[in-house]
Write a new protein. Sequence first.
Length: 368
Amino acid sequence: MKEQPVIPLPPQTSDRLFFLEFLKAISIVSVVSFHAIFVPGSAFNVDAGILETLFAPLRFCVPVFLTISIFLFERKINESTEEPSIQSRKALFKKRLHRLGTPLLFWFAIATGLKIINVNSILEIITQIFQGEIFTGAYYFLVVLQLLWNFVLIRDWVIQEKNIFTTIIIQAVALLFVYGAISGFFVDEVLKVLLFLERPLIIYWFGYIALGVYIYQNFDWIERISYSLSKTNKILILFFTAATMMAEYKVLTVFLTDYLRPFDYAAFSCFLSVPMMFICFASVNEKSLPQSIVKLTKILSKYSLGIFCINGLLAQIFLSIGTKIFNQASFNLTQILVIKMIGWVILLGLSLMLSIFLKRLGFKKFVC
């Protein structure tokens, strides 16, 4: 099959792509929600699976971030004056590596220092780095770098329409394999390997390369669909997506009663949530929202990198303190939800304020 023709987005990209800022803003708010429990699991007087199921609809956050990364990388390739080639893609990847690598090293170094202060062994620290757990959410950077590098290598293949769908099918098979492992279909050693390799394992994520490419190639069509849908229809789509995610996570928590990580994004509904979010929000523009919301959206989007890293560090610190304070406590579901909501607001606010403060101190590249 011939390569899928790609038409670069027209000049008015700043306005047309405001919805990406909007998606980044709601995604970073959602990311923080999963880190906002500052009491130990032993203090839960309720099945932890209930909490996972209730907040499952917010699991679109990391998949959306990954898809946007591929979308924008493909856009850069098409905007380049050079003839697309693996050499030009490698050059773009090097720029992206520098863009991500600098804050990555900075925040990993701070997290490592905190672990040393906390008397973690060198082996524990190295293991946590490679498992993406040196701070909460650190795995994301390991995943996005893997996806971008693999995209560089397979881009000529994956931009063909039939191969986009082939990649999605392979991703579905990989998720079925994961389901088989957690349901006991394979020998215990398979599950142990998956648990050790943690979230950075690419088998959970590579399908987002195909989604990012497909959405970029078909953006005009997706945008037209978004504009044609009424608010009621969009609410119904989001409600259906949320219900699907809650149902699947309910199944996951049946198999994984004591832990969900690293399988918290190994869900078909997470994959489904990405096109649904793009379809529902591709029509969002600055003129369609109050200026206060536009301003907040731009701030959250601009500082999403800093919020992501800082909230991950603060979450571990707060949980460590909370574990010592509430070690013997017992909270029911209502109390846990109140604690989580308060922690969510505090963690998001502190992370944003510290990001702005660091930017004013001259550390812009670490937070923006």
